[in-house]
Design a protein around this ligand. Structure first.
Ligand SMILES: [Zn+2]
Length: 388
């Protein structure tokens, strides 16, 4: 292991950004990583799942055979560029200007992955003896449906006897400055589509029609006016947001035949997905009462809430961040879902990466200095994790 090449995090980030890996395309990004990791002595296995345009490729790589196995998890897929003409640089050009690396996926999260790979290369180069293993679980399906990604890789590697002892997800967790926030849990997410089906008719003859709109409004009012909980010491209160109400009726003299609405609930550990589903179904039953038509509901729970209690993992990571930035990070459960929701069933998991300010936006970017400092933090974390 003495011949470990030193990886430059900026060069690697630029190479990854030049792969236009919009989900589910891999565009060579996993191959770039595999080559680099194999050069560092990692054993790499690809895990492609799905068919047709759901097919995605994934990579698991491990160095060492002993426990503890610290796994770095992330994704090389990116969201679409949006208005390509509004970018100041080619979103897949890997351009550096003004001390900033521009491009889709820079912060979310190719810059983070490159920083960790570089950190491992320096950790190994320093000749640090370490008892344990370092692994990477890199998916190509985080920004998409997340069906053929992390979830299935975890099942497959577990079936093959792999054990992950701790996991660090490299999502961009910092709102404004590097080192201010670690995520130690995430809220759950529930999606709902409600369709109220009545009877279309002339607005002058309401008796001959069945207007679905008042029933939909009544139901939405019942759902959105309930206070779900007050939150708890680790989570903000659960919240239901109505995201769309659709009747699609351009005429003034027609009672529409159907009306639908979409909503999402972000919920904390005071709730379970099952209890929320029961509550929504009971409200539907009440709204159905006295209404001649029918109400259809399409409800799903893509993510359940989880919390990783303060442990070796969050302690060592916090200390590493303080080593490099001089500040202790906040431990937060805010924000959207991530693949950590799957990993939590296998190992304690925390998340820490770059700054999230520009992710999913036109002109996504990261400061060169932040990528380099993130590499320093990750390296300090490895030193502390393995007690070397
Ligand atoms: Zn991401």
């Amino acid at each position: 292991m003495s011949e470990t090449p030193i990886i430059d995090p900026i060069d690697l980030a630029r190479t990854l950004i030049r792969c236009a890996s919009v989900t589910p395309a891999d565009a060579g990004a996993l191959g770039v990583l595999q080559d680099v990791l194999e050069g560092m002595g990692f054993r790499c296995t690809r895990y492609p799942f799905g068919e047709g345009d759901m097919r995605v490729d994934n990579l698991y790589a491990r160095l060492g055979t002993d426990a503890p196995n610290i796994c770095y998890a992330g994704h090389v897929d990116v969201v679409p560029v949006g208005d390509a003409g509004a970018w100041r640089h080619d979103p897949f050009g890997g351009v550096i200007e003004g001390g900033i690396l521009w491009g889709r996926g820079t912060a979310d999260m190719k810059g983070g992955i490159a920083a960790f790979v570089a950190a491992v290369s320096e950790f190994l180069e320093d000749g640090k003896e370490f008892d344990g293993s370092i692994s990477f679980l890199i998916t190509g399906d985080e920004e998409g449906p997340a069906v053929n990604g992390t979830q299935k890789v975890l099942q497959a590697i577990t079936a093959a006897g792999e054990i992950i002892d701790h996991c660090l997800v490299g999502e961009p967790t910092n709102p404004n400055t590097l080192g201010e926030m670690i995520k130690i849990g995430r809220r759950g997410s529930l999606n709902g589509v409600l369709t109220v089906i009545g009877t279309q008719g002339h607005v002058a003859y309401p008796d001959l029609a069945g207007n679905p709109v008042p029933t939909l409004l009544k139901l939405l009012t019942a759902l959105s006016s309930k206070k779900l909980d007050d939150g708890n010491e680790s989570f903000q209160p659960s919240n239901l947001e109505i995201t769309s109400v659709d009747v699609d009726n351009p005429a003034h003299n027609i009672i529409a035949g159907a009306a639908s609405a979409k909503f999402n609930i972000r919920f904390n550990t005071e709730q379970t997905g099952g209890d929320l589903l029961d509550w929504i179904n009971s409200e539907i039953e009440i709204a159905q009462h006295g209404f001649d038509g029918r109400i259809e509901a399409n409800l799903s729970v893509p993510g359940h809430p989880f919390l990783t209690k303060p442990c070796k993992l969050s302690d060592k990571l916090s200390a590493a961040i303080e080593d490099i930035t001089g500040h202790r990070p906040a431990l937060s459960t805010s924000g959207g879902t991530s693949d950590a929701r799957f990993i939590t069933h296998y190992a304690p998991v925390v998340e820490f990466g770059l700054i999230g300010k520009t992710i999913h936006q036109v002109n996504e970017h990261a400061e060169i200095a932040d990528i380099k400092n993130l590499k320093q933090i990750y390296k300090a974390f490895l030193v502390r994790y393995f007690g070397a």
